[in-house]
Design a protein around this ligand. Structure first.
Ligand code: SF4
Ligand code: SF4
Ligand code: FES
Length: 229
């Protein structure tokens, strides 16, 4: 098959043998191993766990280790993820993406110590159900690359960081909520989302950052009405 790979300002074309059950990551790996060892790309687990292999495939952001060539056609155009600075070839700099998780107060902070009993959270409770809906994020950046608001407003926290914030807003063990809601309420936070849904359409883990962001908007509005923000 013909494969066009974006490398900085230029595009390089390769011929790669077609194999059964071949993934896009297999194609890139073949190129790097047999055709051009200088091609830079990133992967770790190859089984959809680590989130490091995301690229743009035929114009669409995807996790490449779980994307079969059969599904995207055997004329491939592969490039780096959009909305992030390119380090080289197919490798983007994820620092800004994860810095935004920190800006959205995306780390858990509980009050219990290891001397305390563990928290008991009923699996069927409404809040736990909301946490479970968002917790499987693998930090791949696909949603971030799919989001036009990130492109227009580079300060926007983006779907993944906001989805993470929403899981923590609903985590009854976490102690950081007023601070977190303030962090996501600003101009570059949840209210900047135009609900285009591209993040949700593209998320390989079938999460819905759009629903998480809508939840944050409601939580911020409620906190303002209650005088907590
Ligand atoms: S729903 Fe919001 S976060 Fe998701 S792609 Fe659209 S604007 Fe971006
Ligand atoms: S929300 Fe989905 S697309 Fe976005 S980083 Fe997490 S797993 Fe990837
Ligand atoms: S290589 Fe880990 S998710 Fe693709």
């Amino acid at each position: 098959m013909k494969v066009r790979v974006q490398r900085g300002e230029s595009v390089q074309e390769f011929e790669v043998p077609r194999q059964p059950s071949q993934t896009v990551l297999d194609v890139v790996t073949y190129i790097q191993r047999y055709l051009d060892p200088t091609l830079a790309y990133r992967f770790a687990c190859r089984v959809g766990m680590c989130g490091s292999c995301a690229m743009t495939v035929n114009g669409v952001p995807r996790w490449t280790c779980r994307t079969h060539v059969d599904r995207v056609g055997d004329q491939l155009e592969i490039g780096p993820l959009r909305n992030l600075p390119v380090i080289r070839d197919l490798v983007v700099d994820m620092r800004e993406f994860f810095d935004k998780w920190a800006r959205a107060k995306g780390e858990f902070r509980g009050a219990r110590t290891k001397a305390d009993d563990f928290a008991k959270v009923e699996p069927q409770s409404a809040q736990r159900v909301l946490v479970d809906k968002g917790i499987e994020c693998i930090g791949c950046g696909v949603c971030y690359a799919a989001c036009d608001v990130v492109k227009w407003n580079p300060d926007y926290l983006g779907p993944a960081a906001l989805n993470r914030a929403w899981t923590l807003v609903n985590d009854v063990r976490d102690e950081r909520n007023p601070e977190r809601l303030r962090a996501v309420a600003g101009d570059a936070g949840c209210h900047a989302c135009h609900s285009h849904v591209s993040c949700t359409e593209r998320c390989p883990k079938h999460l819905s950052p759009t629903a998480a962001i809508a939840g944050l908007k409601r939580a911020v509005a409620k906190a303002v009405l209650q005088g907590d923000l």
